[in-house]
Design a protein around this ligand. Structure first.
Ligand code: CUO
Length: 687
């Protein structure tokens, strides 16, 4: 790839609402587009506007003419100021067609031209989504960094007055040292009267929401078959969201709240309201809120029609097939829901992916339509001309408390399926001749005691310049408080009483007691277990000491990865460095790796298991390794198989042979547990 092509592709993530001929990279760069690329508004004055913007720039990049002008009529129903939703059938079909168009561009140059041409002719959110999917999946764009969505559309992520203040700071002080980052307020969506507000720091975390967007970007439901059909995609839909719920529950216990109540009855009032107070960049309106006590109604709007009855019918059919043990494809062929493929089939069917669902007509579109019905609860027939609420959009859905209850319900269906499988037996759980003798987790600081972990607040700065349209040329910096944990290291002593072999080390954190302070039985505890890390270990005969840092976790990505500054100035030049630096935003934010805990110290079981690698390993295709696929437990590996043959969540995804965790650990030498305490301190550290 030439540097210019890479540069153009990166620039298209900046200033999503500004015409493509305006300057980018803080006024330094401009794209010189063919006359035919100007939209009707500017066509007559093409010369004049083009000159106006190319006057004081350092770099001018010419964009090649398109071999053939694409027909974009398919995208017409989604006007430029409409909210775009991945849960909406019509929007998804449009997105799918656009992704196909982008994927089919015959070479890199033409893909660049096509993207430049399309940008000003399409709904900006639709464009950014389909464009990012194409960049993530085209073979010739693997080196292009995908700008974090929170930096492309910052108003979807931060309180809007921050952006105004940030622009003002930038305009008044320029790049001078007097400029300070503008603080994003922490408690702006509700007061302490609302109990659920205790969870706002988690739900409204920028890293949490950008992870969720990025996951759905990597695993789209529609588009070309080769883009959608990824190894164990349906199972990962189940598992990644199940882990979010497990983490949310541990976080709720830390905040003295009861566990999630799944939204099983769609006719009851939704007791929690939510007023997001964030802006949609596209139309400069706030996302609608939802009052407490709202009832769900059938949605009857121009481009969305859903009845609650229909959703319930799909649910019943899915419950029935789980009892039956098989699903039926459109020709009536029975496909068994066995312990290997069953969960994957169900995941794709329940989410649902029109490309991969076994039978969309019969099993419907349960999860997506639930998002929609909830997101329109405030204006189900559109009489108030209000758009969907935050639940209608993957960039914002996790902000709303109802997200966790809807997914809690979806998860309960998967749980039912898993509960019908045989419990794991000794052959599957054990690893003959391996014994884990000692485990600890200790903060990386002198004088700290083992198994006492710590959380606190940290104030960090993010650069929101990329997405700010029509603003000053200087950077806009915002600072915000987020939970943070003190880095720690796990140490395990493992004795191998046999020949040299390989194992998979699986680390989980499980709450010990429930909301009433009663000890949790293994059956409940396993469903709340949080995966912390998973990695391969070579075990020599005799004693092995294994050390692993919390920052190496297979579920999380570091803060810098989520929020790297945007623009050419920050980009390493050397190819290998660039590959390492490449942004890949899928992964749980490292700063939320641990639940908050309590000021007195909250007790958890730290569980470690070493499983037999010969039962875990997969034969990977010979595709190049991707430098940024580090959160593989949640996000898989690019162009490879999911790197663990066991069911996701193993060993906690199925019933287990013991009543309490301690009994299971006593019964199997290859497992160990210890008590750890997570202590929260209400201090803020500035990064
Ligand atoms: Cu990720 Cu419902 O699937 O939001």
């Amino acid at each position: 790839m030439t540097n210019t092509d890479l540069k153009v592709l990166e620039l298209l993530f900046q200033r999503p609402l500004e015409p493509v001929f305006t300057t980018r990279d803080n006024g330094k760069t401009v794209l010189e587009i063919p006359e035919s690329f100007y939209t009707d508004r500017y066509k007559a004055e093409a010369d004049q506007v083009g000159n106006r913007f190319s006057k004081n720039v350092d770099v001018r990049i010419p964009v090649q003419e398109l071999a053939s002008i694409p027909n974009l009529d398919f995208a017409k129903p989604l006007g430029p100021k409409k909210q775009f939703s991945l849960f909406n059938d019509r929007h998804r079909n449009i997105a799918s067609e656009l992704i196909t168009l982008f994927m089919n561009a015959p070479n890199l140059r033409q893909f660049v031209s096509l993207s430049v041409f399309c940008k000003d002719r399409l709904n900006p959110m639709l464009f950014q989504y389909a464009y990012a999917v194409a960049i993530a999946h085209r073979k010739d764009t693997t080196e292009v960094p995908i700008t974090n969505i929170s930096q492309v559309f910052p108003s979807n992520f931060v309180e809007p007055s921050t952006l105004k203040d940030g622009r003002q700071e930038g305009t008044v002080f320029g790049e001078s040292g007097d400029r300070v980052p503008v603080p994003i307020p922490r408690d702006y969506t509700a007061s302490d009267v609302e109990d659920e507000h205790r969870m706002a720091y988690f739900r409204e975390d920028i890293g949490v929401n950008s992870h969720h967007w990025h996951w759905h970007l990597v695993y789209p439901t529609t588009g070309p078959y080769e883009v959608v059909n990824k190894d164990r995609r349906g199972e990962l839909f189940y598992y990644m969201h199940q882990q979010i719920l497990a983490r949310y529950n541990a976080e709720r216990f830390s905040n003295n709240l009861k566990r999630i109540q799944p939204l099983t009855n769609l006719h009851n009032e939704l007791f929690e309201g939510y007023f997001p107070k964030i802006l949609s960049s596209l139309n400069n309106r706030t996302y609608p809120g939802r009052a407490s006590g709202q009832l769900l109604k059938d949605v009857d709007r121009e481009d969305t029609k859903i009845t609650i009855d229909e959703v319930l019918r799909w649910r019943n059919r899915i419950m029935d097939v789980i009892d039956q043990g098989y699903v039926e494809d459109p020709s009536g062929q029975r496909i068994p829901l066995d312990e290997v493929r069953g969960i994957d089939i169900l995941g794709n069917m329940i989410e649902a992916s029109p490309v991969l669902s076994v039978n969309m007509q019969l099993y419907g579109n349960l999860h997506n339509q639930g998002h929609n019905i909830i997101s329109f609860a405030h204006d189900p027939d559109g009489r108030h001309l209000e758009e969907f609420g935050v639940m209608g959009d993957v960039t914002t859905a996790m902000r709303d408390p109802i997200f966790y209850r809807w997914h809690g319900f979806i998860n309960s269906i998967f749980t039912k399926f898993k509960s019908l499988l045989n419990p794991y037996n000794a052959d599957q759980l054990g690893f003959e001749g391996i014994s884990v003798d000692y485990i600890e987790a200790k903060i990386d600081k002198k004088g700290t005691s083992p198994n006492r972990l710590a959380t606190y607040w940290q104030n960090s700065t993010v650069d929101l310049t990329a997405g700010l349209d029509f603003s000053s040329a200087t950077n806009v910096l915002a600072s915000f408080n987020h939970l943070q944990n003190a880095p720690f290291t796990y140490t395990f002593n493992v004795t191998n009483n046999g020949a040299k072999r390989t194992g998979t080390c699986r680390i989980f954190l499980c709450p010990k007691v429930d909301e009433r302070n009663m000890p949790l039985r293994l059956e409940e505890q396993r469903q709340m277990a949080i995966e912390m890390d998973k990695f391969t270990v070579d075990l020599v005969p005799g004693v092995n000491t294994i050390r692993r840092q919390s920052s190496e976790s297979s579920v999380a990505i570091p803060f810098e990865r989520s929020f790297r500054p945007v623009g050419a100035n920050y980009q390493p030049q050397a190819a290998d460095e660039l590959a390492r630096f490449r942004f890949c935003g899928c992964g749980w934010p490292q700063h939320l790796l641990l639940p908050k805990g309590t000021t007195q110290g909250m007790a958890f079981d730290l569980f470690v298991m070493i499983s037999d690698y010969s039962q875990d390993s997969v034969k990977q295709p010979n595709t190049p390794n991707d430098a940024c696929s580090t959160a593989y437990s949640f996000c898989g590996l690019k162009d490879k198989l999911y790197p663990d043959r066991r069911a996701m969540g193993f060993p906690f995804d199925r019933r287990l042979p013991n009543t309490y965790l301690t009994e299971m650990v006593d019964a199997f030498g290859n497992m160990a547990r210890t008590d750890v305490k997570i202590q929260y301190t209400d201090i803020t550290v500035v990064k």
